[in-house]
Design a protein around this ligand. Structure first.
Ligand code: HEC
Length: 198
């Protein structure tokens, strides 16, 4: 009787040890893989979803995007805008103000159009940079704007749209200089504005 209990205990202990050994063995086998995944995948995923908006402008400054933008593509990309905006000269007010000549003109400039108070209060001209921010996310750029448009999030498409808007003028505003130096990425806004205050 005692012997049998001993045998059973021994067998149990033996298999426990075996399981523990296997566990340790597989930890050694697989741990490096787990660690690789945790180290590389997680932060990359977070950066891509969360900080993409902040990271993009530095990578492709607006003047660079505008330099390679395609106004023809922009012309078809403004189809959704046409529900609310007239692009012809001089144009008529629809839900939104007519946009012929909008690049470089003061904000909320169309006489007789009932702009929202936040739009009237914003001030300044529609520089390339200001248009870029507004079209990307109207409600974020000008909280309380009447423009019910979600925004064009794609940097390249937005540049195409702005390039097209630029052509809607008797004498189009010169494109901002695309400087090669990445350090100057934050500056073009001021440069474009300064150029407008001739
Ligand atoms: C659902 C209607 C609607 C759509 C779609 C729309 N807009 Fe507008 N937009 C408006 C309204 C309304 C205003 C006036 C906003 C205010 O006063 O707050 C406006 C204002 C503007 C202004 C400022 C004009 C000025 O005279 O100061 C620009 C630039 C503009 N829109 C560009 C665009 C572009 C480009 C698109 C397409 C990518 C677009 N909008 C799509 C309704 C619209």
């Amino acid at each position: 009787m005692n012997m049998e209990i001993n045998k059973m205990a021994g067998a149990l202990l033996g298999s426990l040890l075996g399981v523990m050994g296997l566990g340790m063995f597989s930890d050694v086998l697989y741990a490096p893989d787990h660690m690789k995944k945790a180290g590389y995948d997680l932060p990359a995923g977070e950066a891509a979803s969360g900080k993409a908006a902040a990271a993009k402008p530095a990578a492709e400054p607006l003047p660079v995007l505008l330099a390679k933008a395609d106004a023809k593509k922009g012309e078809s990309l403004v189809k959704p805008c046409m529900a609310c905006h007239d692009f012809t000269k001089p144009g008529v007010a629809k839900v939104g103000p007519p946009l012929y000549g909008v690049v470089g003109r003061p904000k909320a400039h169309v006489a007789g159009f009932a702009y929202s108070d936040p739009m009237k209060a914003k001030g300044g001209d529609w520089s390339f940079d200001e248009l870029n921010k507004f079209i990307a996310d109207p409600k974020k750029d000008i909280a309380g704007t009447k423009m019910a448009f979600a925004g064009e999030k794609d940097d390249g498409k937005r540049a195409d749209i702005i390039a097209y808007l630029r052509t809607l003028a008797d004498s189009p505003v010169p494109l901002p200089k695309a400087e090669a130096k990445p350090a100057e990425a934050a500056k073009p806004a001021d440069g474009a504005k300064a150029a407008e205050h001739k």
